[in-house]
Design a binder for this molecule. Structure first.
Ligand code: NAD
Ligand code: UGA
Length: 475
């Protein structure tokens, strides 16, 4: 096995594969990196000359792509060729929650892991280090290992070139919106494995920009499990603070004051204490569901039900917000125009997977309101997929059945609306010109701020009725 890796293949050109490989390419110009995907459209967008058309939006990403693409970083659909040539193959494919069969609704669907393990088994040559980058249930390396072994055994029998595989777990901890910063300045890099030389090969790559004391090596199972647990703990903090946001509203306390006061205790810490409309993103929910599944599998019912609550609070927070909007608008939003600001699950990403906006918007449409949705990076087609309905054409409004339209600017979204609902924390929403916005709205004009982006005193002064999450002074 090569200690110094020369060629990497990454399977999966998504939110993790793309930025992670871009960072390795930038920091290791001596390594050739091929990111492969079966999704031709996605690969064509990674190769688009116009860097504004990259398939994912991440601050700082296009600068690295413009520097490294077609130098030592390549995007391709030729999975076979690039697996065959690689010394190291990263598996960075999606692992969503299973939709049917055993474990449906909880267990991770490993069909993409299995199919790319088979591809690696088929096409790899000689000694190959296989790195699990995707988030996987604990002991998945065992499954990958037995698939790969079946290919080496087959070739051994046929007296063909001997294949040998070394499996490592190297979970990714980047958060969307700050992926490039996180990759460049990781809190830690975790490498799990049982072959010292393979571990060293991967470690040497990271040592190009990460200091040695931040590189933690463990056994495979601890590494796989640590990733699930890190996400579960982060999500648990969000549900904890969100549960308290409701209590603040009932007791005239303020959630930001409470978060600040408890966060200054070093044992608690100040991060991940921002209350909001509930956690979204592709991973928190699926990883906790997976954790619940694993706990039940091992007969740990109490542990499973403890983590179930974290998800239940998240769903409750979204329902609670919709109810507040309807109640405050005199119990009726049918026929009213509501401006929705923000559709992504957080600022600085175009990702809408599990975005709280999907449930809140669907429920408001169900109540008969007409939503004008604006987001700086999410495209109309994505919102259509997420809401499962086409936008209304101009002639089919007003009606009492509810619906939505896409807005290209904040002003267009807010014009003639009865209420503004802020759902993600994009910078622009902290700087709204409330004075001019109220002049183009209907009366009474409402703001429902689920991200505390608005100065409530100023909003009141210009004439808004305002509800801001967790602010008990606004009852
Ligand atoms: P994604 O859906 O954006 O990308 C996965 C890509 O893999 C898709 O483009 C898909 O076409 C491709 N793919 C699937 N099977 C393939 C195959 N056999 N051959 C070639 N390509 C194949 O997913 P993502 O958000 O990048 O997440 C990937 C993994 O990383 C998941 O396990 C996730 O839990 C984990 N993770 C995600 C994040 C995040 O912020 N999104 C952070 C840390 C870890
Ligand atoms: C999260 C983790 O932060 C990453 O470490 C992990 O790698 C990743 O999941 C993953 O495995 O996919 P991400 O989902 O991209 O990253 O974004 P976060 O910043 O964690 O936000 C998740 C959700 O929680 C967002 O909806 C966000 O608005 C919400 N959140 C976060 C809050 O409501 N309050 C907070 O204080 C922090």
């Amino acid at each position: 096995m090569k200690l110094i890796v020369e060629k990497i293949c990454c399977i999966g050109a998504g939110y993790v594969g793309g930025p992670t490989m871009a960072m390795i390419a930038e920091k290791c110009p001596q390594i050739e990196i091929n990111v492969v995907d079966i999704n031709e459209y996605r690969i064509s967008k990674w190769n688009d000359i116009d860097l504004n058309n990259l398939p994912i939006y991440e601050p700082g990403l296009k600068e690295i792509i413009s520097k490294c693409r077609n130098k030592n970083l390549f995007f391709s659909t030729d999975v076979k060729k690039h697996i065959s040539n690689a010394d190291m193959v990263f598996i960075s494919v999606n692992t969503p929650t299973k939709e049917k069969g055993v474990g449906a609704g909880q267990a991770s669907d490993l069909k993409w892991i299995e199919s790319c393990s088979r591809q690696i088994g088929e096409f790899a040559k000689g000694e190959t280090i296989v790195v699990e980058k995707s988030t996987l249930p604990v002991r998945t390396a065992e499954t990958i290992g037995s698939i790969l072994k079946s290919f080496s055994d087959r070739d051994k029998k046929a007296k063909k070139d001997q294949k040998k595989f070394f499996i490592l777990s190297n979970p990714e901890f980047l958060a969307e919106g700050t992926a490039i910063f996180d990759l460049e300045n990781p809190d830690r890099v975790l490498i799990g494995g049982n072959n010292e030389r393979a571990i060293d090969s991967l470690k040497k790559i990271y040592l190009n920009w990460v200091s040695e004391e931040k590189i933690l090596t463990t056994d495979l199972w601890s590494s796989e499990l640590s990733k699930l647990i890190a996400n579960a703990f982060l999500a648990q903090r969000v549900s904890s603070i969100n549960s308290i946001s409701a209590l603040c509203e009932s007791t005239q306390a303020n959630i930001n004051e409470v978060a600040k006061a408890i966060g200054m205790d070093l044992r608690i810490g100040k991060h991940f204490l921002k209350s909001g409309p509930g956690f979204g993103g592709s991973c928190f929910k699926k990883d906790i569901l997976n954790l619940i599944y694993i706990c039940n599998h091992y007969g740990l019912k109490e542990v499973a039900s403890y983590w179930e609550k974290v998800i239940q609070i998240n769903e409750w927070q979204q329902k609670r917000i919709t109810k507040i909007i309807v109640d405050r608008m005199f119990g009726n939003v049918a026929g009213k125009k509501i401006s929705i600001l923000g559709f992504s699950f957080k600022a600085n990403t175009n990702d809408t997977r599990e975005s709280p906006a999907i449930n809140i918007c669907s429920d408001l449409i169900e109540e008969g309101s007409y939503l004008s949705i604006y987001d700086p990076k999410v495209e109309l087609q994505q919102i259509q997929i997420d809401l499962g309905m086409k936008p209304l054409d101009d002639n089919s409004w007003p009606n009492k059945n509810g619906g939505w339209q896409f807005a290209y600017s904040i002003k267009e979204s807010v014009e003639n609306s009865d209420a503004i609902v802020i759902l993600s924390d994009w910078d622009d929403f902290f700087k709204l010109d409330l004075k001019s916005l109220i002049n183009i709205m209907r009366n009474p004009s409402w703001i429902f701020d689920t991200r505390n982006t608005i100065d409530t005193k100023q909003a009141k002064a210009v004439g808004f009725n305002i509800w801001s999450l967790g602010d008990g002074s606004l009852i």
